[in-house]
Design a protein around this ligand. Structure first.
Ligand SMILES: *Cc1c(COP(=O)(O)O)cnc(C)c1O
Length: 404
C-alpha cells in the first residue's frame, strides 16, 4: 500500500501528486522517507527561490515566531512596515496591500483598478482586458481574467466585464482598449500558459494605450517577480513600468504571502474598509519576506540567474540535439520552457511524472511545454546532474511514446 492511497482517500482529486513524497530537503535536493533524493527543477512551482532549509530564513522565522506570531489588522506590526518600505523603495510603486497568495493579489489588483475607474469616470468604465492563455489564479475574478477556459468551465456565471485578446498581438488593441477600459492585466512572461515572453512592442503598446485612456496597466508578476528572470522584477528588464503589480510565489521563499502595489494615481480605488485579509501582513510571513527580499535583491545573485540561464539552456540544447524532443527552448533567467515537437504534443505532463523516476522534478506549462523553475541559488553541478537525469527520462519518454 502506497502513501498515495491515503492521499486519494482523503483529498479532493484536484492534484495528482507524483510518486515521490518529500520528507526533507536541502538546497535544491528533496529526500523521501527512505532517503531517495531528487533534484528539484520544479522549485515549489516558482516559490522556492532559495531552496530548502536556508539557514538565514530558518533563523528569521524562529526569531519572529518567538517574538510575535499574529495580531490582525487592528494593529500594524514592524515586519510588515519594514516589508512595505523595502518593496516601495525598490520599485516604481507608491502604496501596498499585503495578502496571502497570488490569486488574492490579483483579486485585489482587479478590484482596486475597477473601483478607481468607476469612481473617477462612472460605471461604464469597468471593462478589463486580459489575454488568451494567461494564468492569474483561482478565485472567480482571477480565474475569469485568466485565458484558459478549462479553468473556469462549470463555474459560470462568471463575473462580467472581462474580455480576452490574443497575447503578443497588436491587432485591434486600439479598439479593445478604449474609454470604457478600467484595466489591462498581463503577465510579462506567460508562465503557466507555456513560458511565452511578451514582446517589448506589445508591452509598450499596452502602456501607451493605457495612458491614452486612463486605464490601469497591471503586470501580474506573481511568477516572474523576485529575481526569477534575472531582474528583480521582469518589468525592469523590459523597461516598461506598469501602474499596478502583483507579487507572490517567491516573495517569502514558499512561505504564504502575496502583495499588490499601485502607483498613487489608482490608490484611491481602496479606502477604509473597502478590502481586507485577516492573515495579510502577518508578522511571520512578512519577516520571512524581508529576509528573502534582501537575499534576492543582490546584484551577484541576479547576475548569476542570467549566467545559469545560459548554462541550463546550453546543456538542455546539447541533450536535445541528440534526442530531438523539443522544437524550441525559451524563457528568461530561471523561468525556462521547452516546447515538445509535434510528435509529442500533449505529453508534457507524462514527462513530469516520468522525470521523478529518474531523480529530477520538472513541471509542464500547457500540455506541450516542459517548464523548469529551479531555485535561483541552485549550484551549477545540480543543474548539470539534474539535466543528465532528465536525459534518461527523455530516452524512456521517447521509447514509450513509440510503443503507444
Ligand atoms: C501562480 C500564479 C498565480 C496564482 O497564485 P496563487 O498563489 O496560486 O494563488 C497568479 N498569477 C500568476 C502569474 C501565477 O503564476
Amino acid at each position: 500500500m502506497s502513501i498515495l492511497d491515503d492521499y486519494y482517500k482523503y483529498f479532493l482529486p484536484i492534484y495528482e501528486p507524483v510518486d515521490f513524497v518529500p520528507h526533507s530537503g536541502h538546497g535544491s535536493h528533496l529526500y523521501d522517507i527512505n532517503h531517495n533524493s531528487i533534484i528539484d527543477f520544479a522549485g515549489g512551482v516558482a516559490a522556492s527561490a532559495l531552496g530548502q532549509t536556508n539557514e538565514n530564513l530558518i533563523n528569521t522565522l524562529h526569531n519572529q515566531a518567538k517574538t510575535l506570531w499574529h495580531v490582525g489588522n487592528i494593529f500594524t506590526n514592524y515586519p510588515q512596515l519594514e516589508l512595505a518600505k523595502k518593496l516601495i523603495t525598490n520599485t516604481a510603486f507608491d502604496k501596498i496591500f499585503i495578502c496571502n497568495c497570488g490569486s488574492e493579489a490579483v483579486e485585489a489588483a482587479l478590484k482596486i483598478a475597477r473601483r478607481a475607474a468607476i469612481k473617477t469616470h462612472g460605471e461604464q468604465k469597468h471593462e478589463i482586458l486580459a489575454f488568451d492563455k494567461a494564468f492569474h489564479g483561482r478565485t472567480l475574478f482571477s480565474v475569469t481574467a485568466g485565458g484558459q477556459p478549462k479553468y473556469w468551465a462549470g463555474f459560470e456565471p462568471l463575473p462580467p466585464g472581462i474580455i480576452h485578446a490574443p497575447f503578443n498581438s497588436l491587432d485591434n488593441l486600439d479598439t479593445l482598449i478604449n474609454k470604457n477600459t478600467a484595466a489591462v492585466i498581463v503577465e510579462p512572461i506567460q508562465a503557466e500558459g507555456g513560458v511565452i515572453p511578451a514582446t517589448i512592442e506589445f508591452l509598450q503598446k499596452l502602456r501607451e494605450l493605457c495612458d491614452k485612456h486612463d486605464a490601469a496597466l497591471i503586470f501580474d508578476e506573481v511568477q516572474t517577480g523576485m529575481g526569477r528572470t534575472g531582474d528583480l522584477f521582469a518589468y525592469m528588464g523590459y523597461n516598461v513600468t506598469p501602474d499596478i503589480i502583483t507579487i507572490a510565489k517567491s516573495l517569502a521563499n514558499g512561505f504564504p504571502i502575496g502583495v499588490m502595489m499601485t502607483i498613487d494615481k489608482f490608490a484611491h480605488g481602496f479606502e477604509f474598509a473597502s478590502h481586507g485579509a485577516t492573515f495579510g501582513g502577518n508578522p511571520l510571513s512578512c519577516a520571512v519576506a524581508n529576509a528573502t527580499f534582501d537575499m534576492i535583491n543582490d546584484k551577484n545573485l541576479l547576475n548569476e540567474v542570467k549566467t545559469k540561464h545560459t548554462i541550463f539552456t546550453n546543456k538542455l540544447r546539447e541533450i536535445n540535439q541528440e534526442l530531438d524532443v523539443y522544437c524550441e527552448i525559451r524563457g528568461r533567467g530561471l523561468l525556462i520552457g521547452a516546447e515538445l515537437n509535434d510528435k509529442y504534443k500533449g505529453l508534457a505532463y507524462k514527462l513530469v511524472r516520468l522525470a521523478v523516476k529518474y531523480g529530477v522534478s520538472v513541471l509542464n506549462a500547457s500540455p506541450n511545454v516542459t517548464r523548469f523553475l529551479p531555485a535561483l541559488n541552485i549550484p551549477v553541478d545540480d543543474i548539470i546532474t539534474g539535466l543528465e537525469r532528465l536525459k534518461l527520462a527523455l530516452i524512456e519518454f521517447k521509447n514509450c511514446d513509440m510503443s503507444n
